[in-house]
Structures are given as structure tokens and as C-alpha cells.
Design a protein around this ligand. Structure first.
Ligand code: ZN
Ligand code: FE
Length: 258
């Protein structure tokens, strides 16, 4: 299996996973054109589409793609998404025929209420397609859900194995790290990750996929119980934040203002 990040729009990636016979799936095709071009250039056959949530930059290419490729489309149970053939729910196990792969479905509300993630442990290195829930060094904005929902969703994802590859939909890593360093300027993990990502981006490479293990140390939203992070949050707000939930909400709100 080979994993590709097809750039789309300004900072989206449409993830494509292909087997040795060039049968592939794509995740969140917000735009059909770059996918069609990639399939043609690489003589690939589309076998399935996965959808994480209803936002246009994740579903915009669905109609046009499925006209040419009438493949199964797995996504959330949301009637506003035209083109889903298989609505899937938390705990569902998807068995794809082509490429031959299994995925577990996790409901991860927060960014939107319909947001789901797809986890595969049928590969030598497990893989997570998490849409706009977990970003490298950040998390999605709360358009529909509460901070508690997002926090719970992130905790479910970080319960996955450390070596699980994390495929997020946006190249937000550098911007997220600028915020992380505003919160904790001296943090060794934030600084190290910033240097690594700067080198990748300077070489024209995506900063993704990340891994669950890397996110646990270099993502401030997964570290709100960290003592120094708590102090920084309390300084920013000018009041004590005893509860984990308060700290998560305060960090998310700070990022929104940043
Ligand atoms: Zn979104
Ligand atoms: Fe998005």
C-alpha cells in the first residue's frame, strides 16, 4: 500500500491510498479535478471513497467523481451530503473489497456534529483519517460541537497506538506551532517539531502524516494537564483554571483569538 497526499484548494490534502494493483481509495475529495488528474497520471482505479464530515471542502468533488467512478462512498449519516451510499456509525467495521482494507469507524464530534474518523489496523503501520478533528499541533475549530465533545473525540483518537499515522485534511501545522509557541515559547517538543516542519515545508514536502505518538508530545490540545501549559493559560485569562475541561475550552478559545 502506498499513501499519497493530493494537494487541493489552498491548504487541503485529499488522501489517496493505493494497493500494488493501483486500486485506490480517496478521502474527502473536496475537489474532483486534482483527483481525476492523479488517477489518470498514475493509471489508478478508484475503488472507494471515505467522507469524514459535511463541509464543502471535503465533499465538493463527490458528485463529479462518482459520475465517472460509481464506487461505494462511506460517510456519516447526514442527508445534507449527496452521494453517500453507506452511512456508517461509531463501532462499525468497514471491509473494502478494492483496495482490500478494513476500517473502524469512530464518531468524533466537535468540529461538526456529524464528524467521523476512519482507523485501519489492517496495514503494517496503522492509519487514521481524521478529517478536521485532530490536526498536527492543533485541532479543528468548533463550528457545531462543544469543547467537551472535541476533547472527548481527541482522547479517543489518542488512545490509538503511538505509531498510528495521522492523516489530517489541512496543512495547518506551521500556523498551529506558531500558536503553540505563543503559549509555551520554551517548550522543547514545540520547538523541535517547528524545526522539523520548517525543513519539510522548505523542501516542498507535506508536514503530514504525523503520528499519534508525536502529537501526544507536540500538540498543545493534548497537553492541557501539563503544569506549565496550565500556568500559561491562567496568566492569559488572569484566573485559576482547576478543571481539565476549563483548560481545554480556554486553549481552544485562545487559539480562535490568535
Ligand atoms: Zn471542516
Ligand atoms: Fe476542512
Amino acid at each position: 500500500m502506498q499513501l499519497f497526499a493530493i494537494p487541493a484548494f489552498y491548504d487541503n490534502y485529499i488522501w489517496l491510498l493505493a494497493d500494488d494493483n493501483n486500486h485506490c481509495l480517496v478521502v474527502d475529495p473536496g475537489d474532483a479535478a486534482p483527483v481525476e488528474r492523479f488517477l489518470a497520471d498514475n493509471e489508478m482505479t478508484l475503488g472507494a471513497i471515505l467522507i469524514t464530515h459535511h463541509h464543502p471542502d471535503h465533499v465538493g468533488g463527490l458528485q463529479r467523481l462518482t459520475k465517472q467512478w460509481p464506487v461505494p462512498v462511506y460517510g456519516p449519516d447526514n442527508s445534507s451530503i449527496a452521494g453517500i451510499t453507506h452511512s456508517v456509525y461509531d463501532g462499525d467495521r468497514i471491509a473494502l473489497a478494492s483496495p482490500t482494507l478494513g476500517f473502524d469507524v469512530l464518531e468524533v464530534p466537535g468540529h461538526t456534529l456529524d464528524h467521523i474518523a476512519f482507523y485501519s489496523d489492517t496495514l503494517p503501520e496503522p492509519l487514521l483519517f481524521c478529517g478536521d478533528t485532530l490536526f498536527s499541533a492543533g485541532c479543528g475549530r468548533l463550528f457545531e460541537g462543544t469543547p467537551e465533545q472535541m476533547d472527548n473525540s481527541l482522547q479517543r483518537l489518542t488512545a490509538l497506538p503511538d505509531h498510528c499515522r495521522v492523516c489530517c485534511t489541512h496543512e495547518y501545522t506551521e500556523a498551529n506551532l506558531r500558536f503553540a509557541l505563543a503559549v509555551l515559547p520554551e517548550d522543547p517538543a514545540f520547538n523541535q517539531r517547528s524545526r522539523d516542519v520548517a525543513a519539510l515545508r522548505a523542501a516542498g514536502q507535506p508536514s503530514l502524516p504525523s503520528t499519534i505518538g508525536a502529537e501526544k508530545i507536540s500538540n498543545p490540545f493534548l497537553r492541557v494537564d501539563d503544569k506549565l501549559l496550565q500556568i500559561s493559560l491562567e496568566n492569559e485569562l488572569g484566573k485559576p483554571l482547576q478543571e481539565h475541561n476549563q483548560r481545554f475550552a480556554a486553549l481552544r478559545a485562545w487559539k480562535d483569538r490568535f
